[in-house]
Write a protein that binds this ligand. Structure first.
Ligand SMILES: C[S@@+](CC[C@H](N)C(=O)[O-])C[C@H]1O[C@@H](n2cnc3c(N)ncnc32)[C@H](O)[C@@H]1O
Length: 210
C-alpha cells in the first residue's frame, strides 16, 4: 500500500477529523497484539465509511470481513439508534477483540457478529441492505460481489476495499491480484450499478445500485 506518497497520505490523515478515543485504542491494541494489523482500515478510510453511511442514510449495513471491528464500529457510528449492522469473520481471536470494544461503545449494540465463512453468512441473510462493505479474503471477492448485489436496495452502495491491491492490479501477476482485477472489470461492465474506483489508501471501489 505504498503507491500514494507517504507525506501526502500523512497530510490527508492529519487534516481528517480524528476518530473517537475508543477507535484509537482499538487500533493501538490491534497493532500491538494482532499478526496483520495493517488490515485495519484506519482513520482516513474509516471516516469515509462513516460518511458514506451517513450520506446514504443507511440503516441496514452488511460487512464482509470484520477483523478487530474498526470499520464496523466506524460505520455503526454513522447509523441511527435503530440501525443494524451485520458483520462476519472466521477469526475467533479478532472477534474477541472486536466484541470487547463494541461493548464499550454506545454504537456497539447496533452490531451483530456472525462467526464463520462469509459466503455461508450471506446465504443466510435476506435483504435489502443499504450498504455492503466487502473486505475479506480476496479469493472470494467475485463471489462476494455476485452474492450481495441482489441484496442491495436500488440507490444502495457496495464498497469494496483493496481494489488497487498495492497497485498490482495494473499488471496482475498472481491469483489474488487477478481476481481483484476481474472484479474491478466486472463492476465497470455491470449495468446494474454506477461505479467509481477511488484511489484512497489501497483503493476503494464504489458501486451504486441503480
Ligand atoms: C482486511 S481484514 C478486515 C478489516 C476490517 N474490515 C477493518 O477495516 O478493520 C479481512 C478479514 O477477513 C477475514 N476473513 C478471511 N476469510 C474469510 C471468510 N472466508 N469469511 C469471513 N471472513 C474472512 C479475516 O479473518 C480478516 O479478519
Amino acid at each position: 500500500m505504498d503507491f500514494i506518497d507517504k507525506a501526502v497520505e500523512r497530510y490527508a490523515h492529519d487534516r481528517t477529523r480524528a476518530e473517537p478515543d475508543l477507535l484509537q485504542r482499538l487500533s493501538e491494541e490491534t497493532y500491538r497484539t494482532m499478526r496483520w494489523p495493517g488490515m485495519l482500515c484506519g482513520r482516513l478510510e474509516g471516516r469515509l465509511l462513516k460518511l458514506l453511511v451517513q450520506l446514504t442514510g443507511a440503516t441496514r449495513v452488511l460487512e464482509i470481513g470484520m477483523f478487530t471491528g474498526y470499520s464496523a464500529l466506524s460505520m455503526a457510528e454513522g447509523m441511527p439508534d435503530d440501525g443494524r449492522l451485520i458483520t462476519c469473520d472466521i477469526d475467533p481471536i479478532a472477534k474477541e477483540v472486536a466484541e470487547r470494544y463494541f461493548a464499550q461503545s454506545p454504537h456497539g449494540r447496533k452490531i451483530e457478529v456472525r462467526l464463520g465463512p462469509a459466503l455461508a453468512t450471506i446465504a443466510s441473510l435476506r435483504g435489502p441492505f443499504d450498504l455492503v462493505f466487502i473486505d475479506a479474503d480476496k479469493e472470494n471477492y467475485v463471489h462476494y460481489y455476485r452474492a450481495v448485489v441482489d441484496l442491495v436496495r436500488p440507490g444502495g452502495l457496495i464498497a469494496i476495499d483493496n481494489a488497487l491491491w498495492s497497485g498490482k492490479v495494473i499488471a496482475p501477476a498472481d491469483r489474488e491480484t487477478a481476481i481483484i482485477d476481474e472484479l474491478n472489470r466486472l463492476i465497470e461492465a455491470d449495468s446494474r450499478v454506477e461505479n467509481v474506483l477511488v484511489t484512497i489508501r489501497d483503493g476503494l471501489h464504489l458501486a451504486r445500485k441503480r
